[in-house]
Design a protein around this ligand. Structure first.
Ligand code: NAD
Length: 365
């Protein structure tokens, strides 16, 4: 079987980290004997430059025709002043909507080798392993009316029953495969849309009696992630709150450059690093490719249903970090500063090494 991947490198460091992801996918394919077919398309600012549109029908069609989509990042200073619908970020919102990607999975897991580079204390961080499950196609990023004039600006935060039900179900199912705990995050003390969200989540919870559910206000959650991140297993939340909380989760685990993500719908799936296009370091071979590479691990897990390659990629990342290799965003005294390309080749070397060790039966657990 050939697995079809739509590649959307995008802008800034997007192409650099996508290149790393492709190299890792090919290495996995060689070891596990899986064939991949890649089709690359423009998206974001690079698409606007060529077609005057950040997302063309052709790019969309390639996504529809593929098994999964892999995206680098979009955006940059150059396109900041464009009208809303022509901005690179609008392409991403439209793509998620068109592909029906309503669930965004962002794991926050501590790599042992990086524990000392976090701004949090080791004892607070050790054992942290949670997922921010963010609703992705509803809420304030899409609600109408929206706009601004000379005297005011406005947006609309809105959720329908179906939108909350399906993401809540996914949260409880994911929790069932993990530590069986869902924290539903809202602002129900102030927002009616949050009261509605909370009611639906509790309704759906009745179908999952073995899963523990608690509610938490978003401001408290921001504090709790920093105070005691180990308490969380699945954080279930809306589009806007999830956007912010996952960046906080990013910083406690070291760097945005370490955070992968998966966006899932009923038919399509998109994998991308959480970080943006980082225009400040674009084109310098400095970007941390590990978020993109860890997104590849998620792709094997969620879209190919192959947990072994995913596990080996994670182990290869852990081993590379343990050997002291660091890109500049995670660099600390005593470690070895490496480029995007070097970090990628180290991960692949370690992946091949671990694969061979396991094939030779070195690990006989
Ligand atoms: P950003 O994530 O691009 O960068 C924030 C900071 O983190 C920068 O200092 C950057 O150098 C650093 N950083 C990010 N990823 C890194 C990596 N892999 N390795 C090393 N350092 C890394 O966020 P921003 O600066 O707020 O946004 C820049 C552009 O990206 C904007 O146009 C924004 O709209 C866009 N953006 C796109 C996405 C996406 O495509 N999914 C997400 C967020 C932001």
């Amino acid at each position: 079987m050939t697995f079809k991947i739509a590649l959307l490198p995008g802008d800034g460091i997007g192409p650099e980290v996508t290149d790393s992801a492709v190299k890792v996918i090919k290495a996995v394919g060689e070891n596990f004997n899986i064939r991949f077919k890649f089709k690359e398309e423009l998206i974001g600012g690079s698409s606007f430059e060529k077609y005057n549109s950040p997302l063309t029908n052709e790019t969309l069609q390639t996504c529809y025709d593929s098994d999964v989509v892999f995206l680098g990042a979009v955006g940059g200073y150059k396109w900041e002043q464009l009208p809303h619908h022509l901005k690179p970020e609008a392409a991403l919102l439209k793509l998620r909507k068109e592909l029906g990607l309503y669930a965004n999975i962002r794991p926050a897991k501590i790599y042992n080798a990086l524990i000392d580079s976090s701004s949090l204390k080791k004892e607070v961080l050790t054992g942290t392993d949670f997922i921010v499950l963010r609703e992705l196609t509803g809420g304030i990023y899409f609600g109408q009316p929206r706009g601004f004039d000379k005297t005011r600006g406005w947006n609309t935060m809105e959720y329908s029953v179906n939108e909350v039900e399906r993401i809540a179900r996914m949260a409880f199912k994911l929790a069932g495969k993990r530590r069986k705990k869902v924290t539903s995050v809202d602002k129900a003390n102030v927002l009616e849309v949050s009261q509605f969200w909370r009611n639906i989540v509790h309704e759906i919870h009745k179908d999952f009696p073995d899963i523990e559910l608690n509610d938490m206000y978003v401001d408290n959650t921001a504090m709790q992630i920093v105070r005691n991140p180990k308490q969380f297993d699945i954080i279930l939340t809306s589009n806007l709150f999830g956007d912010i909380l996952s960046d906080i989760a990013g910083m406690i685990t070291g760097s945005l450059g370490m955070l992968p993500s998966a966006s899932l719908g009923d038919k399509y799936a998109l994998y991308e690093p959480v970080h943006g296009s980082a225009p400040d370091i674009a084109g310098q071979n400095k970007a941390n490719p590990l978020a993109a590479i860890a997104s590849v691990a998620m792709m094997f897990n969620y879209s190919l249903n192959m947990s072994k390659p995913a596990e080996l990629i994670e182990e290869a990342i852990e081993r590379t970090l343990a050997l002291g290799y660091r890109t500049s965003d995670i660099f600390s005294e005593g470690s070895t500063l490496v480029s995007t390309e070097k970090m990628t080749s180290c991960v692949i070397e370690n992946f091949n090494e671990i694969f061979n060790e396991q094939a030779l039966g070195v690990f006989t657990l």
